[in-house]
Design a protein around this ligand. Structure first.
Ligand code: UT7
Length: 338
């Protein structure tokens, strides 16, 4: 395993928290909106329900991120004024300008902490963890919040035409507080970040008609909704997801047995199952919560971490691998000794 005694500082995860909207949509609810069935959705995805933010009544991505950050700070027993930096991983930014993270930072009372939005679709939280670690090693940041928040239900069509995406996505926010520590054993052990922009249109939300790919110009030309090549993304994920886990284990010089938790993006139960089988992982090492939340994009990985915390399963000294894959296409990992 790489020797980290020479790292500048140890970095510890001192707080974990999550926030979901009030309104929940079950598969039965969706049956009333489109041609689908609870049986089809559960069999193909493992999803039973998901949460949907009520934008009209102010439940925006900013509101969800605020709820998550406040709960994460409370879990860390940290005052917001102690934060130096707030990174908000999202593809549901409220406006192009200002960065949603700036309003978030002001709303929780984090003063003039640095703040920026971070866009890497479903890999947002994982890539942001790697970025935060690097900034904390090289910059003056002692306490950093990394929040993943998304409201993709705003970008899908709740009708039969949009059903493949409408059943998949849910809204949520979750994250962590990272803190510098004297203990240099804590922090990032290995990481991977990859992309394939030639496959940009496997998952995309066109703003104008000029963004549409050639085949979508022929009729599937709705703007500001998610266009998804479901089967293509599925095949990509089943292949890439176990591969990048293997690559990271090798870089760290450890085996899957040495990792306590694989905290993975929840996009489809069958994709997670493929990774479990590839590494012979017991259920307790790869926690699944897609049945309760659906695919919550950048919130999905920290939502799993929050489940583990609530269940009392996160302990000091454990190794935790965060794993993401999604739009871009992007895929990657962040392996921590916590
Ligand atoms: O974070 C990354 C985000 N995206 C993903 O991870 C997506 C990955 N892909 C998937 O999870 C799966 O491809 C889906 C769940 C989206 C679709 O499952 P599938 O087993 O790949 O189905 P399919 O697209 O091959 O469609 C099979 C059939 C089609 O009908 P025909 O053409 O065989 O008659 C679809 O029209 O299932 C139909 N179908 C549905 N039926 C009932 C598609 N969506 C639905 C639905 N309810 N919601």
């Amino acid at each position: 395993m790489p020797n980290h005694a020479d790292r500048q500082f140890g970095i510890e995860i001192v707080g974990i928290g999550a926030h979901t909207p009030d309104k929940m949509l079950t598969n039965k609810d969706l049956e009333g909106m489109m041609d689908t069935s609870d049986e089809w959705i559960q069999q193909r995805t493992g999803i039973k329900q998901r949460y949907k933010a009520d934008h009209e009544h102010g439940e925006t991505v900013l509101y969800l991120a605020k709820g998550a950050l406040e709960k994460t700070l409370a879990n860390a027993k940290m005052d917001p004024s102690e934060l130096d930096l707030v990174i908000l991983a999202t593809m549901s930014q409220e406006m192009t300008c200002p960065p949603t993270a700036c309003r978030l930072t002001a709303m929780v009372g984090a003063g003039n902490a640095g703040a920026f939005d971070f866009s890497a679709a479903c890999c947002g939280f994982v890539f942001a963890m790697n970025t935060a670690y690097g900034l904390m090693q090289t910059g003056p940041y002692k306490n950093v919040a990394v929040i993943g928040a998304d409201t993709l239900t705003q970008s899908v069509e709740f009708n039969t035409h949009g059903r493949a995406a409408a059943i998949l996505f849910g809204d949520a926010a979750a994250g962590v507080i990272l803190k510098r520590t004297e203990d240099k054993t804590k922090g990032l052990i290995a990481q991977a970040m990859h992309s394939d922009g030639t496959r940009w249109d496997d998952l995309y939300i066109p703003k104008t008609k000029y963004d549409l790919n050639e085949s979508d110009r022929e009729g599937n030309d709705q703007l500001c909704v998610l266009h998804m090549n479901g089967a293509g993304v599925f095949r990509f994920a089943v292949g890439t997801f176990p591969h990048v886990i293997g690559q990271t284990l090798e870089a760290a010089g450890i085996t899957a047995d040495d990792v306590d938790h694989f905290v993975c993006h929840q996009s489809n139960q069958r994709i997670l199952q493929a990774a479990k089988e590839r590494f012979g992982l017991p259920d307790e090492k790869l926690h699944v919560n897609i049945d309760r939340f659906g695919n919550t994009v950048a919130a999905s990985v920290p939502l799993v971490l929050n489940d583990l915390r609530e269940a009392g399963r996160i302990e000091r000294g454990q190794k935790v691998m965060f794993v993401g894959f999604g739009g871009g296409l992007t895929w990657g990992t962040s392996l921590w000794q916590i």
